[in-house]
Design a binder for this molecule. Structure first.
Ligand SMILES: NC(=O)c1ccc[n+]([C@@H]2O[C@H](COP(=O)([O-])OP(=O)(O)OC[C@H]3O[C@@H](n4cnc5c(N)ncnc54)[C@H](O)[C@@H]3O)[C@@H](O)[C@H]2O)c1
Length: 368
């Protein structure tokens, strides 16, 4: 088992990455101080892992709540359902919420923990690849509002993150592939050596070879932990994690979160940001080709949808949380392994990069 620490001034915590960790109740019990827990999960996850988790917690008051499935579960009603169960079951301030699931479960549970009785403990047990390498780490919690994604939320760090790579075996293939986008992102923004490792190991990763997965997940978690440790509230370096995301969020919004997964949108967004970096001569054409090839080999450049026009995307990008004084701040690449925040890019150049990826023959249609 690897232990990675998120080092924060007021609240450092471990991320455990390994195999069969759900079968090790001592690990989770060492982070529970009270006599009550509430497990928040979803049916797809519960059918495989809920009883294993509950087994080790049988001496505690253990309640559970099953959220509805999909991004639509990340709403204020599901958040309130969690609060209702906590109140109806008499949970005290010493309670611990346990998020057993992907990013949706993690985000809603974390937000409920941030608010219940002005903040209680929670533990993240991420079960999707995206959650294991990204969303469970760093304390960003939120629910969506009809006016926008993640519009109601808080920074609330977990007591620990328990990452059991074995649970990825039951993850549907498209969900798994979607998670690869965030792994590739770490190589692109801060680790050229890891990017080269991914180029050499992508087939093994796609086949979910356990030792390859262990390395990729641990290394990605380490990169995220390092960045969060330097900039918990995203005043500086943490914004580099948004590489590809401003384009990606615009794609997700244009598609009303239907028919495109977060990682797929981020992958297309990274392709657009790489194209823009190349057209501004920040990266070479060879580097651009390497990026596109890796995204393609990862089966990430397959879409099922008609992509929105460049002007529609630009309008949506201007509504992004990162817009300051009407100016778009974009994260671009100086080279593979080094991202940088760039301001004042001419809109026509952004539109041209979007258009170039949108109409590129490299995009193929995904069959389902
Ligand atoms: N807080 C952050 O820093 C952060 C970062 C990135 C993404 N996010 C958020 O994460 C969310 C996306 O998360 P996601 O991609 O994990 O999707 P998700 O949570 O919707 O999970 C995808 C599907 O997989 C199922 N599932 C989960 N684990 C499984 C397993 N092991 N076996 C079988 N089925 C399983 C879920 O029930 C769900 O149906 C978005 O809302 C996004 O905004 C948050």
């Amino acid at each position: 088992m690897n232990t990675i620490t998120v080092k924060l001034q007021n609240h450092s915590y471990p991320i455990y990455v390994g195999e069969q960790l759900l079968q090790n109740p001592e690990l989770i019990l060492s982070h529970i101080t009270g006599h009550q827990v509430l497990i928040v999960t979803q049916a797809n996850v519960a059918q495989h892992y809920l009883s294993i988790l509950k087994h080790g917690l049988s001496h505690l008051q253990c309640n559970e709540i099953i959220l509805s499935d999909g991004e639509q579960a990340k709403n204020i009603t599901e958040w309130q359902n969690i609060i209702n169960v906590l109140l109806q079951s008499g949970h005290e301030r010493t309670t611990t919420l346990i998020a057993l699931g992907g990013g949706v479960v993690g985000d809603v549970t974390g937000f409920a923990a941030a608010c219940y009785q002005r903040g209680v403990n929670h533990i993240q047990i991420p079960t999707t690849l995206i959650a294991q390498v990204d969303s469970a780490i760093g304390g960003k919690t939120a629910v969506n509002h009809s006016h926008g994604k993640n519009m109601i939320g808080a920074f609330h760090q977990p007591q620990c993150v328990i990452t059991d790579v074995n649970v990825l075996k039951t993850l549907p293939n498209r969900e798994f592939i979607s998670g690869l986008a965030e792994i590739i992102k770490y190589g692109l923004i801060c680790d050229a050596e890891f990017f080269a490792w991914l180029e050499n190991n992508i087939e093994k990763l796609l086949s979910r070879d356990i030792s390859t997965l262990l390395y990729a997940v641990s290394h990605s978690a380490l990169q995220k932990a390092n960045i969060v440790s330097q900039d918990e509230k995203e005043f500086g370096i943490r914004s580099l994690l948004n590489f590809g995301h401003t384009f990606g969020h615009a794609l997700e919004t244009a598609c009303a979160y239907q028919n495109i997964f977060h990682g797929e949108a981020v992958a297309l967004g990274m392709a657009m940001a790489a194209k823009l970096s190349a057209s501004l001569s920040m990266i070479s054409l060879t580097e651009y080709e390497r990026i596109i090839q890796l995204l393609k080999k990862s089966e990430l450049l397959k879409v099922q949808i008609q992509l929105p026009s460049a002007s529609e995307m630009l309008t949506l990008m201007m509504r992004d949380k990162k817009v300051r004084a009407g100016k778009l701040n974009l994260i671009l690449l100086n080279k593979i392994g080094q991202a940088i925040k760039v301001q004042d890019i001419v809109e026509a150049q952004i539109a041209s990069a979007i258009e170039s990826i949108r109409t590129d023959k490299l995009l193929s249609v995904r069959e389902f």
